[in-house]
Design a protein around this ligand. Structure first.
Ligand code: ZN
Ligand code: FE
Length: 257
């Protein structure tokens, strides 16, 4: 039986702890102490760390965890992270035998130049997508280009519709406010706002989300929908010829929203 537990960190980060009865793997531990507390509470031994990108809120806990556990740290080949012991890239497969989980790496640049995601299909379809895809939104473009981030999101969306996406931030409600401005007639979005608000009122995470839901509500995945094209064209006061141009305008608009 696999559990995937969100350890809360900083203002809005989730550090995902994937575990069975005995062993755990942690994704993007930006800080060690709440992870160590959870491991102690559940009497778990950490067996690996997975890193999606170099930002401190995703890597800051590595050194302290490595003082307690002599374990591999997987991270992106195209970024320098001093605590990473195993550099991985698109297509590489990880066998996390202690928790009986196999994951495959996707290169998902855009938020950072070397950002990666990890996906698996057994026992469920899932993807740890770091700061690439958020519920109803996407990461900021810090190092890459709009085209890179657009293609990375499209790549994630080619995974099965029922894939659970484990994002690393709780940005859903603020993302929905932007999405409703861009896509005001989307009834599923209105419904999502209601359900997400109810969860947040009880301090329950809105993550994981599913790719099926994201394709229905996330404006950054819907750049070929006429309502969204129209909104982006109005904002940019120019006509936009293709989905990438729409995406580029939406990302810019969201930065200023
Ligand atoms: Zn980041
Ligand atoms: Fe982050």
């Amino acid at each position: 039986m696999l559990n995937i537990y969100p350890v809360h960190a900083f203002k809005d980060n989730y550090i995902w702890v994937i575990h069975n009865q005995d062993y755990a793997v942690v994704v993007d531990p930006g800080i060690a102490s709440p992870v160590i507390e959870y491991l102690a509470l559940k009497k778990l031994q950490l067996s690996a760390i997975l890193i999606t990108h170099h930002h401190h809120d995703h890597t800051g806990g590595n050194a302290e965890l490595l003082q307690l556990f002599d374990i591999p740290v997987y991270g992106p080949q195209h970024e320098f992270i001093s605590t990473v012991t195993h550099s991985v890239k698109e297509g590489d497969r990880l066998s996390l035998s202690e928790i009986s989980l196999h994951l495959t790496v996707l290169d998902t640049p855009g938020h950072t130049q070397g950002h990666i995601a990890y996906y698996g299909s057994d026992p469920i379809n899932l993807v740890f997508c770091g700061d690439t895809l958020f519920s109803c939104g996407c990461g900021r473009i810090f190092e890459g280009t709009p085209q890179q981030l657009y293609e990375s999101l499209q790549k994630i969306c080619r995974l099965p519709d029922d894939t659970l996406a484990y994002c690393t931030h709780e940005y859903t409600l603020s993302n929905i406010r932007f999405a409703r401005t861009v896509d005001p007639k989307n009834l599923q979005l209105i419904e999502l706002e209601r359900s997400a608000q109810a969860l947040r009122n009880q301090n329950i995470p809105t993550i994981p989300t599913t790719l099926a839901l994201e394709k229905a509500v996330n404006p950054f995945l819907r750049c070929n929908q006429q309502d969204i094209v129209n909104s982006a064209q109005n904002y940019a006061a120019t006509s936009l010829a293709d989905p990438l141009s729409v995406f580029t305008v939406l990302r810019e608009w969201k930065n200023n929203f």
